[in-house]
Design a protein around this ligand. Structure first.
Ligand code: SF4
Ligand code: SF4
Length: 155
């Protein structure tokens, strides 16, 4: 582990500088030298009155890959939530009296579907960022990329 500083919280009172045995913290630049940090001894963390310093892991485990059965089940659940969202959307349009409930259901189904997509390891093609990127790619001169982007936008 090693120490890291949230510069927005730092009041530059230099307590971390006084307690650090290796001089790893630099309050002038706001940096903590990872190479000097003694495996996150945490003296600076405990000394900081602003809670500006925290420890971070040196290595993180590789993200676990979902097996095919689980990914398939998540995608099945996603499709069913998407269908339910569509039902709730049309219910909201057709029943003005129950619009609030139907809209809440619609949103809730969307959130569940997005969770399934994320857990299944897929990006959300309907997100604003993805849509903006695809729209931009649909204008490029490369015919192949353009066609692919248009296809994805249609889907
Ligand atoms: S002890 Fe905390 S508040 Fe003080 S200089 Fe260090 S990081 Fe900033
Ligand atoms: S964790 Fe220890 S060695 Fe690392 S910067 Fe803080 S006081 Fe220094």
């Amino acid at each position: 582990m090693y120490a890291s500083r949230n510069i927005d919280l730092c009041t530059k009172d230099c307590l971390c500088l006084f307690v650090c045995p290796t001089g790893a913290t630099d309050t002038e630049t706001g940096q903590i030298d990872k190479n000097l940090c003694l495996d996150g001894c945490r003296l600076c963390v405990d000394a900081c009155p602003s809670h500006a310093i925290y420890l971070v892991m040196s290595n993180y485990a590789d993200p676990k890959h979902k097996d095919e059965t689980l990914a398939g089940a998540l995608m099945g659940l996603l499709e069913s939530k998407a269908d339910q969202e569509a039902v709730a959307r049309s219910a909201a349009a057709e029943n003005p009296g129950a619009q609030k409930l139907a809209r809440a259901l619609q949103k809730s189904m969307r959130i569940l579907a997005e969770d399934c997509a994320r857990e299944g390891g897929f990006m959300l093609p309907q997100s604003a960022a993805s849509q903006a990127l695809l729209a931009e790619l649909a204008q490029t001169e490369d015919q192949q990329i353009q066609e692919l982007a248009v296809k994805l936008l249609e889907k």
